[in-house]
Design a protein around this ligand. Structure first.
Ligand code: CA
Length: 229
């Protein structure tokens, strides 16, 4: 089978080198661009499975590049964003990216994200927001989550945390991201706050189905909801 091609658009050569190395070790072929100008031309000229797109490019912003890509191509996009918040994490996804990785990131994390996005793109119709399967039902108006037909009794943060995971099955969230997305004062919370809440949620899920463990732990990275549940 031919190696899937990933286009990496990143103006900092050291970061691009790291990304290329990580992706090539996972069996991908890498193309590189340092500016946003040529991206659409590359996509027009050859099959590309995924674009890894820096938001802070020297010529046009990654957001604008993503908009241009979306006008002509269905290819999944992962944004690279700076911790200082070049783009709000959730907004990044609304702008048409399939995922985002915040700098500094580990190459291993990016490679895992790339594989998950490609898996989702292959399995579905390429829809950026896969729906959770039948095991869970999320009722946001009532702030209620049902698991195998049984309503879960969750604390406020347990509910919010599980709801985040449910909305993007397969997406790996780091503890930092979960703190930021779920907690009101993330800076006052600790990584182990997330672990403790996941532990509680798992116990409640086990009470309903002791043999199923729908939340996956990714060592050194974080948590995701398993796909296809
Ligand atoms: Ca940059």
């Amino acid at each position: 089978m031919e190696k899937p091609t990933i286009l990496v658009v990143e103006d900092e050569p050291a970061i691009a080198d790291t990304i290329q190395y990580a992706l090539e070790s996972e069996g991908f072929r890498c193309l590189r661009l340092e500016t946003g100008a040529g991206v659409v031309e590359v996509l027009d000229s050859q099959p590309v499975a995924l674009v890894v797109l820096d938001i802070g490019l020297p010529d046009v912003s990654g957001v604008e590049v993503c908009r241009r890509i979306r006008q002509r191509h269905d290819v999944p996009v992962i944004f690279l964003t700076a911790r200082s918040g070049e783009v709000d994490r959730v907004v990044g996804l609304e702008l048409g990216a399939d995922d985002y990785v915040t700098k500094p990131f580990s190459p291993r994390e990016l490679a895992a994200r790339a594989k998950a996005v490609l898996r989702r793109a292959r399995s579905g119709n390429g829809a950026p927001q896969p729906q959770p399967g039948t095991a869970f039902k999320l009722d946001e108006e009532r702030r209620q989550i049902t698991y195998f037909g049984k309503p879960l009794e969750l604390s406020r943060y347990e509910y919010k945390l599980l709801a985040v995971l449910l909305k993007r099955p397969g997406r790996v969230y780091s503890r930092d991201e979960l703190l930021e997305l779920v907690w009101d004062a993330p800076e006052a919370s600790l990584d182990r706050t997330v672990d403790a809440h996941v532990k509680n949620i798992r116990a409640k899920l086990r009470d309903i189905r002791h043999d199923a463990d729908p939340i996956a732990t990714h060592r050194g990275m974080g948590y995701s909801l398993k796909e296809g549940l």
